[in-house]
Ligand binder design. Sequence first.
Ligand SMILES: [Zn+2]
Length: 456
Amino acid sequence: MKLFAKNILLSSGWAKNQVLTIDKGVISKIDSGSAEQAEYVLETVIPGMVNCHSHAFQRAFAGFSEQGSEGKDSFWTWRSIMYQFLEQLTVEDAELIATQLYIEMLKSGYTRVAEFHYLHHNTKGNCYEKLGEMAKALFNASHHSGLGLTMLPVLYQYSGFGEQTPNHGQRRFINSTEQFNQLVSECAELSKSTPNTNVGIAPHSLRATGKDAMVSAIAHVRSIDDKAPIHIHIAEQQKEVDDCLAHYGKRPVQWLLDNLDVDEHWCLIHATHIDDNELAGMVETGAIAGICPTTEANLGDGIFPTTEFMAQNGTIAIGSDSHISVNPVEELRLLEYAQRLIKQQRAILATNETPSVGLNLWQKASMGGAQSTSSNTGELAVGKQADLLVLDQSKLNCFATGEQYNLDSLIFASQTNCIKDVMVNGEWVIQDHTHALEADIQKRFSQLLTKLSNNQ
Ligand SMILES: [Zn+2]
């Protein structure tokens, strides 16, 4: 297949009048050329965004937790409501929610997701016949929607530091280390039969598992794939830092760096509460900071020191986590704005080489996201997977013109969806803002929401 792009954001920067040849989902050639040489003639093309952190089922919960109770609400009260909500979800429900969510992700410009998957067991907390039954629902959602998937089964064993017994709300998450490794093997088999997917693991957090279990799980997944991504919730809440200090005598990121062999395929989700030493240590390992700006704002987590981390060449990725927002534009906008509000300055997350904040953030986050999923995505170059977005030029033309402003207009100026067409792994999955399954899936999703809210 050949595509002609009038303006395209390649790894080397913006280029004009390029013809891309795509073979078996991969860009095999990029040449200067003309529209007549191609089957598809496109105006402005950018790389797709990778979503580094998702709990798919939480999309159905978005909006159900915004009713206040006189200043007594916190991350922990939100979590209790979320646990009640997921009690009733079946495998079929989970697949429908994920399919709806993945279509939404594609429409807003995500082309791959890392699924931090911890809803493993049935409504009574017992294993399904196959440990990977729930994971299979997510592989199915990826297959039907066309969104690339990095499956990260979650290792979850305790309710708090010191091997505290899991509470009732956590009964669907818990696996022994042996069961967990079996689950990872099942996911690796599912991945073989689902295109554009791979498998890593996610120890839930330092409070929910221990060192021996993590060492065993890492050895197992790395025996299957030596670049398997490893993600962990690390320091989302101040309470987590305090509990970790009380139990281990170290802050969470410090403990992790001192006790496990953290490398560039690790992604530390919500390294929000981090000190200067931890930040420098993290940069040294090459580990990625997985930042989820809208969820972190929604849950009152705090603000990751993105300016300092990026100034030291730290690698970032973005995630939509609880899916209160499903839109990379909104994540990147809030990422920058949080820094502006703290520092009372403007245009902070830019560099001398890339003075456009929008361009710098889009490129850094898409490439960091690719690294966080160990996937051959995140940038447009020969040998990379054809995961790309076509911008809606008629909408972008309402803002600053010239390709150097495209990403700034997309992220900061536009209030409507400027992603017109989306290609994943060489296949068109969104055309003219539309996914082939969206009408049917949305109807069924609305019915499910009615059922779930009646049970609340
Ligand atoms: Zn999370």
